[in-house]
Design a protein around this ligand. Structure first.
Ligand SMILES: Cc1cc2nc3c(=O)[nH]c(=O)nc-3n(C[C@H](O)[C@H](O)[C@H](O)COP(=O)(O)OP(=O)(O)OC[C@H]3O[C@@H](n4cnc5c(N)ncnc54)[C@H](O)[C@@H]3O)c2cc1C
Length: 358
């Protein structure tokens, strides 16, 4: 089926910040052939292409020229991984699951739990699509996508070929991957394969999660044997609902800034000045600093600037109070960055990708 291309489409419902923006042309593709046709049409009409998934990690600062393609490819398949050299073909403790890029992340986390496939529970309730998850190597509560990714397939917009990337070639880092650098705007991810475990092995090493699990077990009179992946998923959802505003009620894009990674000399200099600065040591001797703490120290937690604001429970989250424009939101982001820069000499990096800036 040929993709339906519409003209002048409002993108407000296609971004979780609910920012007003109009796509010159828009289509949603649910089949690989539709994606190819949409790209060919853009090529022959000399239209710039913008790819979106669930719109939960983008800032639409203005209207978007050219063709916006929403990836809605669907389908999930799996293959149990047999132990190498196991002549009887007995099932090992793993399953490789391939998700088409348009599948919803959280729904698939729940689907996997239902199947008895474990490893994604700490990443419950992250909005967005499977295909976008590798772009910034999504992570939460001590687990990252990179821990589970085996490979992904992407359409190379330069050659028109499907390319397979293994974990190493994705060049994953903290909220980072090849697709934010050399692969920027070049690859359209069409499916993602994750290796999950058929053996429940809950990872509750992250302090806030282990505290929640302990409190739950104490309250319910349970022992550690009762800690299942399903329980971990439920508790992660509970913590997230307490801490983060629901975009459907208060539009936002989750963490607006990345937690800065400092090298040792800068870290030591800052710790000499700000003894209570929280810091999480990194292998290179430096540390990750919670951006939320830096913003709070600048007195900006809960700050309101007309239709935009810094959330009053989570300073990392910028919110649209209803009728904000992308320009207003970026002005607030600029104020936050400038305050943190002045006080700590740290340059905060914006996490979502910004579109529509002239
Ligand atoms: C309330 C809230 C909480 C969040 N919590 C977390 C969290 O805990 N951890 C975390 O890591 N993130 C978090 N996020 C950010 C966001 O959910 C993730 O980055 C998610 O992976 C974005 O998916 P998406 O489909 O919405 O991508 P979009 O916002 O649509 O796109 C993001 C970027 O990916 C590109 N892209 C999308 N799909 C494809 C594709 N198929 N191929 C190539 N490029 C593509 C787009 O071009 C764009 O540059 C949160 C966001 C919100 C709103």
């Amino acid at each position: 089926m040929t993709p339906v291309i519409q003209q002048n489409v409002s993108l407000r419902a296609f971004n979780t910040l609910a920012l007003p923006s109009t796509a010159e042309y828009f289509c949603s593709v649910s089949e690989h052939s539709q994606l190819l046709q949409a790209l060919e049409l853009a090529r022959t009409s000399a239209l710039v292409v913008t790819i979106i998934g669930g719109g939960s990690n983008i800032v639409l600062a203005g209207d978007i020229p050219g063709l916006v393609i929403q990836i809605d490819l669907r389908g999930v398949s799996h293959r149990y991984v047999t132990a190498a050299g196991n002549a009887t073909g007995d099932l090992a403790n793993a399953v490789d699951v391939t998700f088409a890029a348009g599948e919803n992340w959280h729904q698939q986390v729940l689907f996997c739990l239902d199947q008895g496939w474990y490893g994604l529970e700490n990443l419950s309730l992250i909005p967005g699509t499977m295909g976008a998850a590798p772009i910034q190597n999504i992570g939460a509560y001590g687990v990252e996508l990179a821990d589970r990714l085996i490979s992904l397939q992407a359409l190379d917009r330069q050659s028109g070929e499907l390319v397979c990337f293994d974990r190493q070639s994705c060049e994953f880092g903290y909220r980072d991957s090849l697709f934010k650098h050399a692969g920027y705007d070049r690859y359209i991810i069409v499916d993602v394969t994750l290796r999950l475990s058929t053996k429940p092995e809950p990872n509750i090493s992250y302090p806030a999660l282990s505290a929640a699990v302990e409190a739950f077990c104490r309250r319910e009179g349970l022992t550690s044997e009762a800690i299942t992946p399903r329980l971990v998923s439920n508790l992660v959802c509970e913590i997230r609902r307490q801490k983060l505003p629901d975009p459907a009620l208060l539009p936002n894009a989750g963490s607006f800034f990345k937690n800065p990674l400092l090298k040792q000399p800068q870290l030591n200099a800052l710790l000499a000045q700000f003894e209570d600065m929280p810091n999480y040591p990194q292998p290179d001797g430096g540390a990750k600093i919670p951006a939320a703490w830096l913003i709070e120290q600048c007195g900006l937690k809960g700050a309101e600037r007309g239709e935009v604001g810094v959330h009053d429970r989570q300073a990392l989250v910028l919110i649209n109070r209803g009728q904000a424009s992308g320009a207003e939101l970026l002005a607030l982001a600029g104020e936050v960055r400038q305050s943190v820069e002045q006080r700590f000499a740290i340059s905060l990096e914006i996490e979502p990708r910004i579109y529509g800036v002239n």
